[in-house]
Write a new protein. Structure first.
Length: 124
């Protein structure tokens, strides 16, 4: 399997919140806690670093989706500031919390495809 297709496979499996190794087992045991062992293939998915990248990627994605609508609504309807806060803050919070597990799965899948583990990062 070529490197590029392995990366895409890992990211795709991670986005679906499945084990990047087999694609069948669940990746998380809790909201953002990777399973120490996949129940299907036994892969240790907790060895892949996914600390700072998932929140960053989630906020970049949410910002690129929400900000154009926020600016458009401000220009088109000129709502009061409290209305803006009442609409956009809960929407941003809900999207961020909802997308975070998918982004963390994608980062774990990317690390799996490239062979990046906590030990390889710490041993630099």
């Amino acid at each position: 399997m070529s490197g590029e297709s392995k990366v895409w496979l890992g990211v795709k499996r991670g986005l679906s919140r499945h084990c990047p190794n087999c694609g069948e087992g669940k990746l998380f045991s809790a909201f953002l806690t990777p399973r120490s062992r996949c129940e299907v293939c036994g892969q240790d998915n907790s060895i892949y670093p996914s600390d700072d990248a998932p929140p960053y990627l989630t906020l970049v994605l949410v910002g690129h989706v929400i900000l154009p609508f926020m600016f458009w609504a401000d220009r088109a309807f000129e709502p009061e500031m409290w209305v803006q806060f009442a609409i956009w803050l809960p929407l941003v919070a809900a999207m961020t919390v909802g997308l975070l597990p998918f982004m963390k799965g994608a980062v774990i899948g990317f690390a799996w495809a490239n062979g990046v583990t906590r030990n390889s990062v710490a041993g630099r």
